[in-house]
Each structure stands twice: as C-alpha cells, then as structure tokens.
Ligand binder design. Structure first.
Ligand code: PLP
Length: 377
C-alpha cells in the first residue's frame, strides 16, 4: 500500500467498508501505458471505475473513453470529454441508446452481429463502426470470450455489408481477456486483423483502425509483466503482421489503469468454526461478493490482504466470506488464504488492488447493506 493511502487510512477512521483510490497512481498508470504504447490512442474503459474524479483526471491527461452505456457516455462528457473522444464499445445496445449516443455526438460504435450493425446503420447513419472478433481468452484470469465477438469470416461479411448500409467500416477490435498474464496473447488476434485488412482491401474496403482492447493486468498477489513488456510484444506483432502499413491503434485499459490505485478497508464481523473439532475458521468480513468483490467469483481474482495492526501469530487457512444471508457470498474457500490466528472481530482488513470493478459491482442495499462508499484522493 502506498504512503498516501496509508496516511488516509490512519487519519480517517471512517465507517467500513469503503474504497480509497489514489488518483496519482491512476495518472502514473496512464503515463506508463502511454510510454509503453506510444503510437496507440488510450480509451479508458469507464466500466472499470466511472468515478468523476478518475474521469476528470484522465481527461486532463488527454485520455479518450471506451463506454458501455449512455450513462457512461454522459459521465465522460460531464468530466469534460468531447464526443469525438468517446467510443460506444458495447456490442449489445438498445436501438434507442444508439440514437441517444449519436444525438450526443458519438460517432464510433462496436458491433459483432448483423442485427447490431443494422441498428447502428438505422440510428447512427454515417457513423464509424468496428467489428469485434472472438478470441480464446487463454492466459486471462477473467476471460471475456464467447459472449463477445464473431468469427473472422463473419466479420469480413459484415464489414462488407456495412459499407452498403450507410456507415463507415472503420476497423476491427478484440479483447484478449481481462487480467491477461501473457503479453504474447495479442499476437494471434493481430494476425487475424491484418488478414482481414488485406482481404477487405481486395474488396475495395480500406479499414483504418485496430482496437487492441484491454487485458493489461494489475498486480494482485503476484508480479506481472510490465506495461513495457506488453508494449514491446504488441509492437513486434503489429510490425510482423502489418509490415510498414501499421494502422491507427486503440487500447482500452480498465483494470490496468485503476486496479492498483485502490484499497478497500473492511472489518471482521465474525470469526467462527462449524464444530468443536473443526480446525478451519470462517472469517466473515463486512464486504462480500454483493458489496463489490464480485470478481472473487470462482476465486478468479485473488486480492492481497493486510491488516491495520501487527498480527504476529502464525497464519492458518480460513474460509473467507461476506456478510449477507446468501450462501453464494463466500470469497475464498479453495485458495489457501492463511490469516493470522490472533485476527479478531473488529480488526480492519485491507483488501489491495481493488480500484477496478468493485464500486460498480456493489449492489444497492442487498440485505440492507449500503453500496460501497468510495474516496478519491
Ligand atoms: N474494452 C471492452 C470492450 C471491455 O468489455 C472491457 C472489459 O470488460 C475493457 C475494455 C477493459 O478491460 P480490462 O479491464 O481488462 O482492461
């Protein structure tokens, strides 16, 4: 945990659970991605954390914004972004929302199906469109495959059709899966993009843009390759597959932009055992899956834990759970989360790297618990 957040936590003993985000870390992440991929335009994936303070800071740095809904478009505009800096990147949009986005000046839309392309052509005539292709999601802790994207052959047909439907076939996008541990996972998708560029050029369609998506990881329990490692691997792939005709490139980092900028402070509500002979303790926190830690689903994302006082006794495996009356609200059971034996009810547990995908997953008053409070410093 960095000093700024540590000071905030020491000085402000506000009611738990809450998230605190250091905006300077967000800025450092932005600059690191900038330096690692100097030729790519950054479109921050607003869904990772749409707090106005984050959007304003990124807007002041020159970021663009990838949005998933009209509300996220409005959030980006409210933070000072202009519509030409906003992409509507969700492949599943209501017709009325496409019309609203277009009326707000947004001109760049994602699709992965003929029906979605038809909706865009009808409600955003003249807009630039990009087609999302499938990826395997291999190497990612939070894969996004299957639900999004289409086969390259279909992308080809749809981009040919787009030109006849009054929209501009602008590019191709993909997402290699969130928290992607392997910088080489972009290569196969970039190769597919280059092939599509070439095939479409033969049909007289000149695409302009490759959207490399998100996937850039944050550090949870283990060190990850650096942004520079990802930048190098991607630059090599772009050169190998596009030669000296490298198109405009976009990246859409979410987790890698804000994940390590935040810490959630929570409190131990109960420590118990299920029988006298049971050795494993159950530790219940005042935050769980429905309070913002949804990404513990299947124990996919493993957050690091620290405490607000020195705990000395040896760690022992526990089941870590949330406070709601839902049996699905268990955070870690399989993973050997070893917590100190002198951990007590009332101790504060700090959950690291929680700047991304937490506040927005927090339910409004499930079981009467308040949505996750957040502070931006
Ligand atoms: N772009 C799109 C279209 C997404 O759906 C997502 C995440 O779901 C992102 C970008 C951000 O991905 P990440 O948080 O892995 O950077």
């Amino acid at each position: 945990m960095n000093e700024k957040i540590a000071r905030f936590l020491a000085e402000r003993r506000v009611e738990t659970p809450f998230l605190v985000v250091d905006l300077d870390v967000v800025e450092e992440n932005y600059q690191a991605l900038r330096a690692a991929l100097p030729d790519a335009k950054i479109f921050y994936a607003v869904k990772a954390n749409p707090a106005p303070q984050i959007l304003q800071r990124l807007n002041s740095l020159g970021s663009n914004f990838d949005t998933a809904s009209v509300v996220e478009i409005q959030d980006a505009l409210a933070a000072g972004a202009t519509p030409d800096c906003i992409s509507y990147g969700n492949t599943i949009k209501k017709q009325s929302d496409i019309a609203k986005a277009h009326a707000l000046g947004v001109d760049l839309f994602a699709f992965d199906s003929e029906a979605e392309l038809a909706k865009i052509a009808e409600s955003a005539p003249g807009a630039r469109v990009f087609c999302r292709i499938l990826t395997s999601g291999e190497g990612a802790d939070w894969p996004l495959s299957r639900k999004f994207g289409c086969e390259p052959e279909m992308a080809f047909d749809l981009l040919v059709k787009a030109a006849d439907m009054g929209v501009v076939p602008y590019g191709i996008s993909f997402h290699v899966g969130s928290q992607q541990r392997d910088p080489l996972q972009w290569d196969a998708a970039i190769a597919t993009c280059a092939k599509l560029f070439q095939d479409l050029e033969h049909r007289g369609i000149m695409l302009r843009m490759v959207n490399l998506g998100g996937g850039f990881p944050t550090r949870y329990m283990k060190d990850m390759p650096t942004p520079a490692d990802y930048g190098q691997a991607i630059a090599d792939s772009m050169r190998n597959h596009f030669g000296n005709r490298i198109p405009e490139t976009i990246i859409e980092p979410g987790r890698g932009m804000v994940g390590n900028a935040g810490v959630i402070e929570s409190e131990v509500v109960l420590i118990s055992r299920k029988s006298a002979s049971e050795t494993k303790r159950w530790v219940y926190l005042d935050i769980g899956k429905f309070g913002g830690l949804a990404e513990t689903m299947d124990e996919a994302i493993k957050y690091p834990l620290t405490f607000d006082r020195d705990l000395t006794a040896e760690g022992e495996a526990v089941v870590l759970a949330g406070p709601t009356c839902d049996s699905a609200d268990v955070l870690y059971e399989k993973e050997e989360y070893k917590l100190p034996l002198d951990l007590a009810i009332g101790d504060r547990v700090r959950i690291g790297s929680t700047g991304a995908y937490t506040t927005t997953y927090s339910a409004v008053a499930f079981n009467g618990f308040k949505p996750l409070a957040s502070y931006y410093i």
